[in-house]
Design a binder for this molecule. Sequence first.
Ligand code: NAD
Length: 271
Amino acid sequence: MADRQGSPHARLDGRVVLVTGAARGIGAATGRRLAADGARLVLADLDGPGVEKVAAELGQVAVQADVTRRDDVERMIDEAYNRWGRLDVLFNNAGVIRVQPLLEVTEEEWDRVLDVNLRAVFFVLQAAARRMVRQDPMPGSELRGKLIQTASIAAYRGGNSLMTPYSASKAGVVSLTRSAAQSLAPYRITSNCVCPGAVDTEMWHQIAREWGALEGRSPDEVWQRRIAPIPLGRPETPDDVSRVVAFLAGPDSDYMTGQALNVDGGLVMGN
Ligand SMILES: NC(=O)c1ccc[n+]([C@@H]2O[C@H](COP(=O)([O-])OP(=O)(O)OC[C@H]3O[C@@H](n4cnc5c(N)ncnc54)[C@H](O)[C@@H]3O)[C@@H](O)[C@H]2O)c1
């Protein structure tokens, strides 16, 4: 096996990674981190101009794609195979949320959240895995590919009744991460997920606005109340997550599969 003890910024050594939800937040931060670590990236997002901007900054490839559309999913995976002949790592990260009391959740809202956060996560994973099973192992590794999902600590702790569809979708992501780990291990494909806590991104700003409006509090008050109990004493940044995704994408985690890693400053301990 190749010596991988070198610079911390060459850990991904040309691995080809597809990142969904890459226009901002955790996806964009992870794109930046993986590029710095030497990965070749396809960055995909519903927000075409946003993802173009991140890709241009990094000298990587952008694809405007809606992960809920099967043709878009094939197109973003084709991009990796057409350019580099393989896809080593999928970072299956795009997601949406809506803050709403359980009694007011409509079928439309349930479907929208589950469609992006669970149904699309499964079919993106499946589409990537169908190609990965046919490719040779990654250079210097026994693995053919690695699948990494973004779940959430909401999978274990809904927190309150205001995120019922979201929490259910993320519990589903943990479950399908483990099913994929079992099903794809014979092909030497691993599957793991990260469970972030309260990350300072546009998604949390939306949560704070919607939650605040329901409870008559300012968004800042909602945010302060959410971060106050974090044992490590500060809010989470997108880079706190990107560093763990870089570890899961790189060779040091090649013997890990079926794991859900809480990256939350200690908000939830265990699962
Ligand atoms: N922010 C948090 O506190 C937090 C906590 C736990 C988990 N997460 C999860 O992390 C992931 C990233 O969230 P974030 O905080 O960076 O949010 P964000 O809203 O900043 O970014 C999400 C990105 O996903 C894209 N996206 C949404 N729907 C899409 C679709 N149908 N097709 C393609 N792209 C689509 C958006 O355009 C956006 O660029 C999500 O899965 C989210 O559920 C976030």
